[in-house]
Design a protein around this ligand. Structure first.
Ligand code: NAD
Length: 247
């Protein structure tokens, strides 16, 4: 049986770890050729794990020349791009606003806001040429809607990605490009490195389903939004948080 992304070409940023890794492997398992982009070197391990359908590409999404090189690589090697999972992101250490280190603020904005915008901007010329429409899946966060103390740059950056998703959806709807976002709650990835077992316990206790999310569960939602199964959905930001934001 053909996969749900059979013969599509996809780029996944932040593919070296966590949610991006799970998305890259899931897309490949569903028949896509995946360019797995990351700055960490983790993209090479993911490509080795994913087999011939996953190819690594070293790219810092905050560097415009590197993003352009990523798109040129995809164009020259595959001649097209059907799916973009715009996922790379970083967080900041928990400080209140008056204590925030502005270098940390600038870094979060450079990667999460400028970086995701650069990736979208430079992918669009290729996406516009996709033969049967294209899909963009941004990784925003429940934090794009819901405030918690101590992560102002990160939460602001995720709010920006929610609005980027909606604006781009409207701008490119007539071109056959759908733009949506996944908005995870707390998910078991390297972003939680440094959390103590007690902190994880406390985080889990706040989630109605009773545990943190798995990257593969977010990848399932990204797959649905990337595939033609979601052909009537654009401009939407889907929360996947174990029920945390329901109450
Ligand atoms: P992660 O740290 O496991 O993965 C992030 C990946 O992005 C890493 O491989 C990292 O090397 C890469 N990356 C960082 N800066 C980059 C850059 N400048 N250029 C290219 N790649 C870069 O974390 P994750 O949880 O999988 O995060 C993925 C996305 O999910 C992020 O956008 C994050 O904000 C979002 N998110 C995560 C959670 C969570 O709880 N884990 C919740 C909501 C949203």
């Amino acid at each position: 049986m053909p996969g749900r992304l059979q013969d599509k070409v996809a780029i996944v940023t932040g593919a070296g770890s966590g949610i991006g890794r799970a998305i890259a492997l899931r897309f490949a398992a569903e028949g896509a050729t995946v360019v797995a982009a990351d700055v960490s070197g983790g993209e090479r391990a993911v490509a080795a794990e994913g087999g011939e359908r996953v190819e690594p590409f070293s790219c810092d999404v905050s560097d415009e020349a590197a993003v352009v090189a990523l798109m040129e690589h995809c164009r020259d090697r595959h001649g097209r791009l059907d799916v973009l999972a715009n996922n790379a992101g970083i967080s900041n250490s928990p400080e209140r606003v008056h204590e925030m280190d502005m270098a940390a603020f600038d870094r979060v904005m450079a990667v999460n806001v400028r970086g995701s915008y650069l990736v979208l901007k430079h992918a669009l010329p290729l996406l516009l040429r996709a033969p049967s429409g294209a899909s963009v899946v941004n990784t925003a966060s429940i934090g794009g809607f819901r405030a918690t103390p101590g992560a102002s740059p990160y939460l602001m950056s995720k709010g920006a990605q929610v609005m980027m998703t909606r604006v781009a959806a409207l701008e490119y709807v007539k071109d056959g490009i759908r733009v949506n976002a996944v908005c995870p709650g707390t998910t078991e990835t390297a972003i939680l490195d440094g959390s103590t077992p007690e902190m994880r316990e406390m985080l889990s206790a706040r989630i109605p389903i009773g545990r943190l999310g798995a990257p593969e569960e977010v990848a399932n939602l990204a797959l649905f939004l990337a595939s033609d199964e979601s052909s009537y959905i654009t401009g939407q930001c889907y929360v996947i948080d174990g029920g945390r934001s329901a109450g």
